[in-house]
Design a protein around this ligand. Structure first.
Ligand code: NAP
Length: 286
């Protein structure tokens, strides 16, 4: 690992709160493993200082940074350009600062698709994919699924208007994917029995609560379950699915893969496969 010096380049994360972010741990571990002369630092930024913070990071020569709650959408107007990943997702979680230009990316969709392949051995294709939720994480996931070749997606969300808005936006952009919406309380009877993958992008489970409106028994035997929630490590959805013999994983692999992609965007280096996930698992005690 390089000692901190005048040549050390700075990466970071802005958000509020950032105290519990796992990104400094995974990024600094990857920086050390890749033998890069960089450091990754957390910056608490409140909404009223977002514009000043973005200008300040540029002025200070910071090479890139992650963006987390509550700035993922608000930051877009402070950037010079957006990568397609950010435009599609309508949110930015990674910023590259190069040659005086700030470019916004969204690596969540990449992280999700990559984790689906690595952790669930699932490739989007002809099977129906049921996505629960229509918030920021769902946007990245649906865009990623469409780009990866998903043919049928059903979006179910508590607020129907948000599901419709997301579906319309994605349908206009990705014409090869059929995207339907369903009322949350009708998902069991309408689409679950033909699904090959069920994805939870809602925040249900973070407080230990069950997704009460989903009956996993309706899923076909070979269907798989992806829960984007990763804290608690064993989410209620994961526990329930596994107890029924359904292959299921939490969102830790996605968190690691989006971080790997961000580091590659900033430095051109890809950390050793599994390194970030291993760090996350050890932090979570698994
Ligand atoms: P968000 O934009 O606030 O969206 C939250 C979603 O959850 C909305 O669809 C919301 O429905 C739904 N929801 C919340 N409480 C609900 C309830 N009680 N019943 C039914 N639906 C409910 O949040 P987000 O950024 O999409 O994040 C969602 C989750 O994904 C979080 O747990 C986050 O940690 C996780 N995530 C994980 C990764 C990863 O790398 N693994 C990456 C990004 C996000 P309404 O539209 O009706 O409000």
């Amino acid at each position: 690992m390089y000692p901190l010096s005048g040549a050390t380049r700075v990466l970071g994360i802005i958000g509020n709160p950032v105290r519990h972010s796992l990104s400094p741990a995974i990024q600094n571990a990857a920086i050390a493993a890749c033998e890069l002369d960089y450091i990754y630092v957390p910056f608490v930024v409140t909404p009223e200082f977002l514009g000043a913070a973005v200008s300040g990071l540029k002025a200070l020569g910071v090479c890139g940074f992650n963006v987390t709650i509550p700035h993922k959408t608000a930051i877009m107007c402070f950037l010079d350009q957006l990568d397609e990943s950010a435009t599609c997702a309508g949110a930015v979680n990674t910023v590259l600062v190069r040659d005086g230009l700030m470019t916004g990316y969204n690596t969540d969709g990449f992280g999700f698709i990559s984790s689906l392949a690595d952790d669930l051995n699932y490739e989007p294709g002809a099977g129906t994919i049921v996505v629960l939720g229509a918030g920021g994480a769902a946007r990245g996931a649906v865009a990623g699924l469409c780009r990866a070749g998903a043919e049928h997606i059903v979006i179910a969300n508590r607020s129907m208007n948000k599901a419709v808005e997301l579906a319309e936006e994605m349908k206009a952009r990705y014409t090869k994917t059929s995207i339907l919406v369903s009322r949350q309380d009708q998902i069991n009877d309408n689409h679950l029995d033909t699904a090959s993958l069920l994805v939870n992008t809602t925040s249900i489970g973070m407080n230990g609560d069950r997704i009460g409106f989903v009956d996993l028994a309706k899923l076909p035997k070979a269907a798989k379950v992806y829960d984007m929630v990763y804290s608690p490590f064993e989410t209620p959805l994961l526990r329930e699915a596994v107890s029924m013999g359904i292959e299921a994983v939490n969102g830790l692999g996605m968190l690691a893969a989006q971080g790997e992609k961000a580091l590659t965007i900033w430095t051109g280096k890809t950390p050793p496969k599994g390194l970030m996930k291993g760090v996350l698992q050890s932090i979570c005690g698994h």
